[in-house]
Design a binder for this molecule. Sequence first.
Ligand SMILES: Cc1cc2nc3c(=O)[nH]c(=O)nc-3n(C[C@H](O)[C@H](O)[C@H](O)COP(=O)(O)OP(=O)(O)OC[C@H]3O[C@@H](n4cnc5c(N)ncnc54)[C@H](O)[C@@H]3O)c2cc1C
Length: 176
Amino acid sequence: MRSSALRDRLWAFTMQGEDLAQRGNRVDLDPAVNDVWGRRAGRVTYAPHGHEIVASQHWAPLLEEVMREAGAEWTISTTSPPIGELGPLDSENPLGIAPASRHVMGTCRMGDNPTSSVVDAQSRFHDVENMLCADSSVFVTSTGYGPTLTLAALSKRAAHLLTGTEHSVGGPFDGD
Ligand SMILES: Cc1cc2nc3c(=O)[nH]c(=O)nc-3n(C[C@H](O)[C@H](O)[C@H](O)COP(=O)(O)OP(=O)(O)OC[C@H]3O[C@@H](n4cnc5c(N)ncnc54)[C@H](O)[C@@H]3O)c2cc1C
């Protein structure tokens, strides 16, 4: 990086948007593919919804505009999902339309209805007695910001609910 000729000529400006939950986007067990231990492998099914595509089309030019107003002579933007026609999944495009996200969550989403959610509002599994889930998978949607403090708060609350101890208010992770 130190020897890069462009090092002090390039600036990256990033926005993390929210990927809304869709019924069709899910992680389940693949009926045909097994993992190295012979167990059914996980399968991810994902397609971007109109919300993510419209948001990408809306924000990408605005972020470029900010850079140009700040003095950039040349700008380029890339979005996830990409704007424009999405090619088929093949060797040229091995990830297809998989989003480039570091905030992957919602595989054990929280809700009142056992048919459309995995855990209840207290992070308890609907169909497994006295078991709670304590991580970002209980999020109902992804967030447009860093999720870690919220998942730490949910985990702390789940630990108190599981042990029956009192949940003290006022610590650094008291997000609930
Ligand atoms: C590059 C990057 C940057 C990020 N930046 C930020 C940020 O700035 N701010 C922010 O708030 N968030 C950020 N995040 C998101 C945040 O790191 C995650 O949302 C958070 O770590 C998720 O926590 P988790 O406990 O749900 O899952 P994880 O942290 O992924 O923990 C899951 C654990 O389960 C283990 N595991 C998996 N399968 C098994 C198994 N079968 N048996 C036993 N153990 C298993 C894994 O080894 C892992 O330790 C970032 C993420 C990435 C990748």
